[in-house]
Design a binder for this molecule. Structure first.
Ligand SMILES: NC(=O)c1ccc[n+]([C@@H]2O[C@H](COP(=O)([O-])OP(=O)(O)OC[C@H]3O[C@@H](n4cnc5c(N)ncnc54)[C@H](O)[C@@H]3O)[C@@H](O)[C@H]2O)c1
Length: 250
């Protein structure tokens, strides 16, 4: 443990498993108290962190629901008496299959926008007021926005919106001394990605396009999140960091 995040209090959305659970574990390892939330039960993930010596809490939250996000803010206040770090990681991603834009059902388009766009705005709306100057908000997009990738147009549109919100919100919340930055990962072998049909072939072609010719695992994203959550990045806001092994070069 580095102690880099000692005394910091963090909420991570979409933390029941996958990259969100890795963020929670990484922040806890560096000394933060963590509140894990998800539409699925996070009790198991939080318990594992508690067993390892962390202060970890959990909440059942639909990030696209205003009342749920208000309740999440209350839970953060009750458990941790405030907040220093918010990672808006929850999204519809692992459950989506590749499809041409003409084949996307309207309901699927609307669900992706509700969770991936509104589900970033609502946690920030309710939780940023708990944060003191120095607080750090991290949003999660994707390198696909920069690569121009086919067959997930709704997902890519939602993540481009996340980058737009990151830039606008850094201006609004900068007045309160809060920072807002975005991480745009490349394909990462989370549990749900590993379940996707045809993933082995797609992964190999993506690996071939990277400067670093290897698979990325959830832990590969964690260091950037720890840096952006910590005071080491205290003058950085409104930025988007692509973490993809040198796939997209900007
Ligand atoms: N894995 C990748 O290749 C990759 C690449 C780029 C970006 N990302 C982004 O990283 C993040 C995590 O990726 P992952 O692979 O772990 O995704 P995932 O789909 O496996 O996990 C997303 C988590 O969000 C939760 N969630 C979904 N809807 C929710 C809701 N309405 N309210 C609360 N929680 C909800 C899910 O239950 C799940 O635990 C996502 O934002 C994703 O878009 C992932």
């Amino acid at each position: 443990m580095s102690g880099l995040l000692t005394k910091k209090r963090a909420v991570i959305t979409g933390a029941a498993q996958g990259i969100g659970a890795a963020f929670a574990a990484g922040l806890a390892e560096h000394g933060a108290q963590v509140l894990l939330c998800d539409k699925d039960d996070c009790a198991h993930a939080a318990k594992q962190l508690s067993k390892a010596g962390a202060e970890a809490y959990h909440a059942l939250t639909d990030v696209a629901d205003d009342a749920d996000c208000a309740a999440l803010a209350k839970a953060a206040k009750a458990h941790m008496d405030g907040l220093d770090i918010l990672i808006c990681n929850a999204a519809l991603f692992g459950s989506l299959s590749l499809k041409h834009h003409r084949d996307i059902p309207i309901e699927e388009w609307d669900a992706v926008m509700a969770v991936n766009v509104k589900g970033v705005w609502l946690p920030i709306k309710h939780l940023a007021p708990l944060m003191d100057p120095g607080g750090s908000i991290i949003t999660i997009a994707t390198n696909r926005v920069f690569a121009g990738s086919p067959n997930m147009v709704h997902y890519d549109a939602s993540k481009a919106a996340v980058i737009g919100m990151t830039r606008s919100l850094c201006r609004e919340l900068g007045a309160d001394g809060l920072r807002v930055n975005c991480i745009a990962p490349g394909l990462t072998m989370s549990e749900n990605v590993l379940k996707k049909e045809g993933i082995q072939e797609r992964t190999q072609s993506i690996i071939n396009s990277r400067a670093l010719k290897r698979e990325m695992l959830p832990d590969d994203i964690v260091g950037t999140a720890v840096f952006l959550a910590s005071d080491l990045s205290q003058s950085i806001t409104g930025q988007t960091y692509v973490v993809d092994g040198g796939g997209v070069l900007r």
